[in-house]
Write a protein that binds this ligand. Structure first.
Ligand code: NAD
Ligand code: UDP
Length: 330
């Protein structure tokens, strides 16, 4: 049985979306720190397999539930992290209205739960609230440039609405809510078919398939290793007093999509080359977080450089793909 360290300081923490990529890392760190963790997840893009290693721990419970339905938990909660929402463009666009409702109704349901419990609340927002930004790097006081009628709107506008719900709850004094604006994060436990760039490129390279670059490849992103992000989320949740403003969490290193492809190709032993595919509609062209606020309020900055995080992720995918059962065709 895992020991519950310093029982007087352990908390009861609900992680919505806890069986997803980031959520499963967060649950693991919180359980290891001695907290009681309740994972609520519909398994839409996550999997029970991501938290199997925690299931024998008596302080961990996984509940299958959609947060668009009222969430009732029959024990007092100290903290709620809301990470529930598909984050990969092909998946959040597959059922766009459900994506939007997850951020709006789902966040509202969890805020109600936080209010009933007097629990601290952390909303996983996104750099997508900046849309295709006209300011660079992006500071939190930039209001963004989002196309509210495009195919990304279900995600971007849903997250913007969720932020509004959080700040209204904070202003009215009903919930002590915090908002993290997360920039592109990668690492072990991403699904091979997740569809986001890092997992796509690694899986394609390991399978000796072409790396698909959407558009010119000149568009940029900033990639944060998952352990750094989880560290930032926990610091934001526990920061007293509440910063009262959204906080960017991301790695300020900025890379073009082409540079990322080259890095993957130089790290993996592969015969893959790049191919160009049509650009994704409304694809943001530049993205880099200004993390001054996180440095000041949270004393946080990422530690894992891209090359190192990528090597660790490649190793994980190598093992994970090797364990996949071969397909026998008759
Ligand atoms: P993910 O898709 O791997 O995980 C999301 C989890 O939420 C999954 O387990 C999924 O099953 C669950 N979920 C989705 N809709 C739900 C619903 N209605 N009810 C209950 N569970 C539901 O994504 P991720 O990369 O782990 O992202 C986690 C959170 O962080 C998301 O809210 C995402 O918007 C945000 N975020 C992530 C990134 C990133 O690069 N990883 C960047 C910005 C923001
Ligand atoms: N991208 C790409 N090939 C892929 C997947 C993504 O060129 O196989 C590009 C995509 O067009 C975008 C960037 O990589 O410019 C990041 O895409 P991702 O879906 O990972 O995240 P987001 O667009 O949400 O930042």
């Amino acid at each position: 049985m895992a020991e519950r360290k310093k029982a007087n300081r352990s908390k009861v923490i609900l992680v919505a979306g806890g069986a997803g990529f980031v959520g499963s890392h967060l649950c693991t760190v919180l359980v290891r720190a001695g907290h009681r963790v309740i994972c609520v997840d519909s398994y839409l893009t996550g999997s029970p397999a991501n938290v199997t290693h925690l299931c024998s721990n008596p302080y961990f419970t996984a509940i299958e539930q959609d947060i668009c339905d009222e969430v009732e938990i029959d024990e007092p909660l100290d903290q709620i992290y809301n990470l529930a929402c598909p984050a990969s463009p092909p998946f959040y666009q597959a059922d766009p209205i459900h994506t939007m409702m997850t951020s709006v109704s789902g966040t509202r349901n969890l805020l109600r739960l936080a209010e009933r419990n007097g629990a601290l609340f952390l909303q996983a927002s996104t750099s997508e609230v900046y849309g295709d930004p006209e300011e660079h790097p992006q500071q939190e006081d930039y209001w963004g440039h989002v196309n509210c009628t495009g195919p990304r709107a279900c995600y971007d506008e849903g997250k913007r609405a969720a932020e509004a719900l959080c700040f209204d709850s904070l202003r009215t004094g009903s919930v002590d809510a915090r908002v993290a604006r997360i920039f592109n994060t990668y690492g072990p436990c991403m699904r091979p078919n997740d569809g986001r760039i890092v997992s796509n490129f690694i899986v394609q390279a390991l399978r000796n398939e072409p790396l698909t670059i959407y558009g010119s490849g000149e568009q940029t992103r900033s990639f944060c290793y998952v352990s750094d992000l989880v560290d930032g989320l926990i610091k934001l949740m526990n920061r007293r007093p509440n910063p009262g403003a959204p906080i960017n969490l991301g790695n300020p290193g900025e890379f073009t999509v082409m540079e990322l492809a080259d890095l993957v190709l130089s790290t993996v032993e592969t015969s893959s080359r790049v191919v160009h595919a049509p650009p994704a509609p409304d694809d943001p062209q530049r993205r880099r977080p200004d993390i001054s606020r996180a440095k000041t309020f949270l004393k946080w900055e990422p530690k894992v450089p891209l090359a190192e995080g990528l090597s660790r992720t490649i190793l994980w995918f190598q093992k994970s793909l090797a364990m996949e059962r071969p397909v026998h065709r008759v």
